[in-house]
Ligand binder design. Structure first.
Ligand code: MG
Ligand code: ZN
Length: 224
């Protein structure tokens, strides 16, 4: 089924996304698009990720929220240069919103940019923002059936973080079943199981982020 209006919107979005990506590449910034349902822990993951990275990386955060600036405040406290996008009700970020937010950031002085998308598992999957990798944050209390219910977003992401593993003893979440669902949609998806609350499992995730930035850095810059 084709809906021409939607296709046009997506095409316009993708053009701006390409411009965003070129701008980030030119500034030497690696950008991650963090997607999740509300409450999965995107902002908590940012809070736990930024401080250990600031020793060797300069981190920017673009926070997408429907109405508040709370997430940008938390990212700033964590040591990032943060800009908030309040979408005024829109349930996802698009490339033009990210472009406007990027204009407010000192991109040349950043190595990593984390874009926190609006909490929603449906439409964020359809909008390329111009970032370099899509990261999905799932969490244990959401249930182990999420890959089966939201196949589109699981198919389109590069990395999966499963947060709140400290709650595994208290909820009915079968990690085997969850991972089986994930693999059926995205066989090679890199997955990190962690808890932002206890800090368990954070180290491999931080290594992945550092590696992603290092791989993209031109020789002689940011590689030490
Ligand atoms: Mg948040
Ligand atoms: Zn939406």
């Amino acid at each position: 089924m084709h809906i021409p209006v939607v296709e046009k919107i997506t095409k316009a979005n993708d053009e701006i996304a390409s411009i965003n990506r070129a701008r980030l590449d030119e500034a030497g910034v690696v950008a991650l698009n963090l997607m999740a349902s509300p409450g999965a822990g995107k902002t908590s993951l940012i809070e736990k990720t930024v401080p250990p990275l600031t020793a060797d990386l300069r981190v920017g955060v673009i926070g997408g929220d429907i109405a508040t600036t709370l997430d940008a405040e938390r990212a700033t406290l964590a040591g990032a240069t943060a800009v908030q996008i309040t979408t005024g009700g829109a349930c996802h970020l698009d490339a033009p919103m990210v472009r406007r937010a990027m204009e407010q950031l000192p991109l040349e002085e950043l190595d990593l940019l984390v874009v926190e998308n609006v909490g929603n598992l449906i439409c964020p999957a359809s909008f390329d923002l111009g970032t370099h990798a899509n990261v999905l944050v799932a969490s244990v209390p959401e249930g182990d059936d999420k890959p089966f219910k939201h196949p589109r977003i699981y198919r389109g992401v590069d990395v999966l973080v499963v947060n709140k593993i400290d709650l595994l003893p208290y909820v009915d979440f079968d990690m085997e079943r969850f991972q089986r669902g994930v693999r059926s949609l995205n066989e090679t998806l890199e997955t990190f199981e962690l808890s932002c609350r206890t800090g368990d499992g954070l180290a491999p995730w931080l290594d992945w982020v550092r590696g992603r930035v290092r791989t993209a850095a031109p020789v002689g810059r940011g590689a030490s």
